[in-house]
Design a protein around this ligand. Sequence first.
Ligand SMILES: *Cc1c(COP(=O)(O)O)cnc(C)c1O
Length: 356
Amino acid sequence: MHPRIYEAMSRPIVGHLDPYFFQVNEEIRAGLNACFGTKNDFTMVISGTGSAGMECAVANFVTPGSTVAIFANGYFSDRITEMARRHGGAVQRLEKPWGRTFTDAEAREFLHAVRPQVAAYVHAETSTGAHQPGGAICRAAHEVGALVIADCVTSLGGMPVRVDETGIDIAYSGTQKALGAPPGLAPITCSPRAVEFLRQRKSPPASWYLDLKLLLDYYESAHRYHHTAPISMFYALREALAIIEEEGLESRWERHRRNHERFVAGLAEMGIRMHVAEGERLWTLNTPVVPEGVDDAAVRRHLMEVRGIEIAGGFGPLAGKVFRIGTMGYGSTGENVDLLLEALREALSAAAGGRA
Ligand SMILES: *Cc1c(COP(=O)(O)O)cnc(C)c1O
């Protein structure tokens, strides 16, 4: 994290009904709307991690018995599936192998066949490194009267999200990915259509804690106590958003794109391919293919023990097949990319050492 964020977290804590807290919250809402690319009035922060944002979206917009269409191509779309089922949704999935994305035609055909009340996709799938554009999904969903939920946890602050232009009804994220803040809060924004749905909804959601109407009463005009907001995390998020504004959102995206491409080019020089096709890759999370015959755990162990660098491995269908390497937030610099490439070269030759 940026040092300024640690400093922000150490500031004096006010009460959860203190006017100063609501002022901080207003600044956060403005900063989030800029990152989300939306003019939505309904933007707030859930006290919980990215998964709380996900469950909040599901709990409020998936009513028992409603049909939910899920674009399933990775771990986090499976998590949305699980939550949608727990909240009583009748889930229909369009499945793709992990790392692949859905074409406009596939999205349209699926949504017109299923005619769901809610459609959900993962914009930036952290388990695979794939980027799913949402324009066609949102257009087709709206043609059949469905609301669209988009998981933007690993894209917000590092890649264009463009909620309004894309037509996303409910977008959520988490603070610890490309926003560069600590884990603990989940930004969420709802379109006027989504807000209208909430207004019309007859029965309250099964989750009291994640009930957006109750949360609105707390954060907005009435300021009625709902839960005790984690004040320090709000300070941290406000600072992270101020840093993003100073850098400029577009320059920040450009920095992420540049460093991702620098990393991919360096990997190519080492003969390492990417799991996701060019043009469908995230700028924030990279999934290089583990070279033939290499034990990925040995490489990761070497990086951790010898160089103090943590990268992640693949899991599920990608276990042992890819590395998962973040180039996001404060850590996305050319210097870090070069350092990592050099350390990776060393770790790979050490892992191959036994055989070579
Ligand atoms: C990290 C992540 C989540 C869950 O966030 P937590 O903060 O771990 O609860 C959800 N979706 C995606 C795509 C993520 O990368």
